[in-house]
Design a protein around this ligand. Structure first.
Ligand SMILES: [Zn+2]
Length: 259
């Protein structure tokens, strides 16, 4: 595939490892699943606490409805460990992350087409505000470049983190990122994020793409992180965690959450 060393002969071999370690995404039709981010929620509320905070920060539900997590990473758990260590540049873990993206891009092209109103033009990544690296050195960018030719969708570094700009938990800050209007305007873009926690960083990046004139947008976290212990502490959270623990991830049957 490339000069990067990894122990998997094929994308399919990597996907078998992902299937063993990643968990599936529960159905948003379940009353204890947030319809936007698929985290556990109190069944008496319409969405989870985190998504409610994003809405209070001015994020529209139509933007939140564009979030399509590819897997659940229970923390602690093997997939969450992979998602953490790929950031150190571990080649085999970078390839697993890439394989999960490949499965979605190839298996669900029709759904992306529907969501975007046409064939996607380009994919990009949410730049990390912690990794102080050039856009082309970003781990998720480098991971996706391993599969972008095979998946038939170019991956470009459309966004750059603005040094010194951060955000607080459950809030957004579109000043965190900047991008080239000419590269974004009028494009159908798939924005990849590695791990979704509150979603504030990914939504901030999505807002910047909108400001730059993106034609349409899908927001695709490789994994939705769920902290098993704290979620299980809620009476409505424990059954959710037990269900996700038993929910296999299957590249041929990814849960496509949008009708
Ligand atoms: Zn949510």
């Amino acid at each position: 595939m490339s000069a990067t060393t990894h122990p998997y002969a094929t994308i399919e071999a990597a996907l078998q490892v992902v299937a063993k370690e990643a968990r599936g995404v529960p159905s948003s039709a379940d009353p204890d699943v947030c319809r936007y981010c698929f985290r556990a929620k109190d069944p008496s509320y319409a969405q989870c606490f985190g998504c409610r905070k994003l809405m209070l920060a001015g994020v529209s539900t139509s933007l939140l409805a564009r979030v399509v997590p590819l897997s659940t990473a229970l923390d602690p758990g093997p997939w969450y460990s992979r998602m953490s260590s790929y950031k150190l540049g571990t080649p085999d873990n970078m390839y697993l992350v890439a394989a999960a993206a490949y499965a979605a891009l190839t298996g669900f092209r029709e759904q992306f087409r529907t969501m975007l109103g046409g064939e996607p033009d380009v994919a990009c990544v949410v730049p990390s505000s912690k990794q102080d690296v050039a856009p082309k050195e970003h781990r998720l960018y480098r991971s996706l470049r391993l599969i972008h030719a095979a998946a038939g969708l170019p991956v470009e570094p459309l966004l750059t983190h603005v040094a010194g700009e951060t955000r607080t938990r459950n809030d957004i800050n579109p000043k965190m990122f900047t991008g080239d209007k000419a590269a974004v305007a009028g494009k159908r873009v798939i924005l990849f994020e590695d791990t979704w926690v509150t979603g504030g960083t990914a939504i901030s990046a999505a807002k910047v793409l909108q400001e730059l004139g993106v034609l349409s947008l899908a927001i695709v976290p490789i994994a939705r992180r769920v902290e098993s212990k704290s979620v299980s502490g809620f009476t409505w959270g424990a059954p959710y965690v037990a269900r996700v623990e038993a929910l296999p991830w299957n590249p041929d049957a990814l849960v496509w959450p949008r009708p």
